[in-house]
Design a protein around this ligand. Structure first.
Ligand code: SF4
Length: 337
């Protein structure tokens, strides 16, 4: 049911201006040159938490290594995590791998043109399902990502926080009301591009915006509104630097967000400051983690998850990013001797 504000937007005129602007100014991105559902699904998983400039290289490497659903389904989890390494949020890689296995097993490696089937894949939420349906199959399906949410909140001058149930409902209803009767690829791409290029979080370029006549934003920089963020929580991560015969002891993670990745072994017991080799902070969700690495003695026996790894092998295994950073820095200081 459209709200009063939504009714005041002339959707057809807005779409026409937006499409004209996009044809002239839209970026030539690799995933816009294809309608292959697999390539589009890969790009959408990568773009979920990562910027376009970073995704470009990973996307090309990924498609060269795993060109279709069947190839990805047949790969080992180690290979998948290794090619994903550096993009972070590894749950995305695992879900993409499982999604490929489901498409291979259930649909013979061809993703069907069916929104419900796409939405049922692991790691595919409402946005990703709609994005694949519109970019691959040109379906007139609404999508809301951060860029589109910002544009719509501003078009409506929406004061409701967009991360509330009501705020989210208004965004999805408006995205639906703005859709053309058929053909969602161009429209959704254009709306998203407007948010990426002109209707940016800071300093939106309203003077050259193609849809400014349809926009109700009074103070666009203040929109979209969000609920107050939870406070950042400090966490300490104490790890061991254990070297024997030029090899470093590493531990593969199980049952955590880092599952399958390698890290420096955790130091459970209290540590003396004199042994500290390196410490730095990194962000993790709403935590600020201080990773401290201490020189330590080799254990008498290794756990099943532990393994000695030489420096030459380190580039070929999937390491948690902060641990790769610590290892590189300490290796450069000759701490492996
Ligand atoms: S006029 Fe400004 S705030 Fe409104 S959609 Fe365009 S860039 Fe965004």
């Amino acid at each position: 049911m459209p709200t009063e504000i939504q009714k005041n937007i002339d959707a057809k005129a807005l779409r026409q201006k937006l499409a004209r602007w996009f044809r002239q100014h839209g970026r030539d991105l690799p995933w816009r040159r294809t309608h292959d559902p697999y390539a589009i699904l890969v790009s959408e998983f990568m773009l979920q938490q990562t910027q376009v400039v970073t995704v470009r290289d990973y996307y090309a490497r990924w498609l060269a290594r795993f060109p279709d659903f069947t190839a990805l389904a047949a790969a080992s989890e180690d290979d998948v995590l290794h090619v994903w390494q550096g993009l972070g949020y590894y749950a995305r890689a695992r879900n993409l791998h499982r999604a490929a296995q489901e498409v291979a097993a259930q649909y013979g490696g061809q993703l069907p043109d069916d929104l419900a089937a796409i939405a049922a894949l692991p790691g595919v939420g409402r946005y990703t399902a709609g994005a694949v349906a519109s970019f691959a199959f040109d379906r007139a399906t609404p999508i809301i990502d951060a860029n589109i949410a910002r544009v719509i909140a501003r078009l409506l001058n929406l004061q409701e926080p967009i991360d509330t149930k009501r705020g989210a409902e208004i965004l999805w209803q408006t995205a639906e009301a703005l859709l053309p009767p058929r053909g969602g690829r161009l429209h959704n791409s254009a709306l998203m591009e407007l948010g990426a290029l002109l209707c940016t979080p800071r300093a939106p370029q309203c003077l050259i915006c193609p849809v400014r006549e349809h926009c109700a934003a009074e103070n666009p920089e203040s929109l979209p509104r969000k609920k107050p963020r939870p406070k950042t929580v400090a966490l300490a991560e104490n790890c061991a630097w254990i070297v024997r015969a030029g090899k470093l002891l590493l531990e593969q993670q199980t049952g955590s967000r880092w599952r399958g990745l390698w890290k420096l072994p955790v130091l459970a017991s209290p540590v003396a400051k004199a042994q500290l080799l390196l410490a730095f902070d990194y962000p993790f969700t709403n935590h600020r983690v201080t990773l401290s690495v201490y020189a330590s003695r080799a254990p008498l026996t290794l756990t099943p998850a532990q393994q000695w790894v030489s420096l030459t092998e380190i580039d070929s295994i999937a390491l948690a990013a902060p641990h790769r950073r610590a290892i590189k820095r300490l290796a450069a200081q000759d701490a492996l001797k």
